[in-house]
Design a protein around this ligand. Structure first.
Ligand SMILES: C[S@@+](CC[C@H](N)C(=O)[O-])C[C@H]1O[C@@H](n2cnc3c(N)ncnc32)[C@H](O)[C@@H]1O
Length: 215
């Protein structure tokens, strides 16, 4: 059961999304079979629209996993678009490298092995979009470093911010997830009240926060 939106609504919305790039579709099926938690189809659809409509050319991603969302982003941008993506698991980075190589988009995706909590601080580039999809308890600790790397007018997109409904309802909180829940609530308050940001939280997938950095 889905705690964010009713299953029938989610199924209906997913049913409206046309079949996309067959190579990416096959990649999604493989990742799902391996139980890798990749972006939900409706989140993918929304992000593709965001990237294309805003002519986004540079993206920083936190949390590569097997490289699925990074591949979607690279495909949504034109051939000059660049994705820098950070992943702390060597196994995941190796798999992502293989997957991205097979798709022939290695020139657009820069895989960075490391813990985002240390790595983001070392980056010097500025990005049109930052996609936060790493450890859910770390978003609050990454916020300042990410904002330093976001261009004015850019967007910070944070996935899983409603975390199976637990963020909005104490009744749904699983005790061992309480730290993540507290930190995510703090994060949502921080991005909602931040003087440099304008934020909306969308009940898409597991909850998606979209924050625009004021010019
Ligand atoms: C939800 S998965 C990412 C899915 C991917 N964005 C996609 O949609 O295809 C989260 C990934 O973040 C990585 N991760 C978690 N905390 C991290 C951190 N502090 N630094 C770098 N990677 C991290 C995990 O190892 C995991 O592979």
């Amino acid at each position: 059961m889905n705690e964010i939106v009713q299953d029938y609504i989610e199924d209906y919305i997913r049913g409206l999304i046309p079949e996309g790039n067959p190579l990416l579709e096959a990649f999604r099926v493989r990742a799902a079979a391996d139980e890798i938690p990749i972006i939900h189809p409706e989140v993918q659809n929304y992000l593709e629209i965001l990237i294309k409509s805003r002519n986004i050319q540079s993206i920083l991603e936190i949390g590569t996993a097997v490289g699925y969302s990074a591949s979607v982003f690279a495909a949504a941008m034109d051939a000059h678009g660049q994705v820098d993506t950070i992943e702390r698991s060597l196994k995941m980075v190796s798999e992502a490298e293989e997957n991205i190589g097979e798709l022939g988009i290695g020139n657009q995706v820069n895989l960075i092995l490391g813990d985002a909590l240390e790595t983001v601080e070392t980056l010097t580039k500025s990005y049109d979009m930052i996609f936060l999809d790493g450890g859910k308890g770390h978003y609050i600790h990454l916020l300042d470093a990410c904002l330093k790397r976001l261009k004015p007018g850019g967007v910070l997109v944070s996935d899983n911010v409603l975390f199976k409904g637990m963020i909005a309802s104490d009744a749904l909180v699983i005790r061992r997830k309480i730290t993540i829940v507290k930190r995510m609530r703090k994060y949502l308050e921080a991005i909602s009240d931040h003087p440099q940001l304008m934020t909306t939280v969308l009940p898409l997938g597991d909850g998606l926060a979209v924050s625009w950095m004021k010019n």
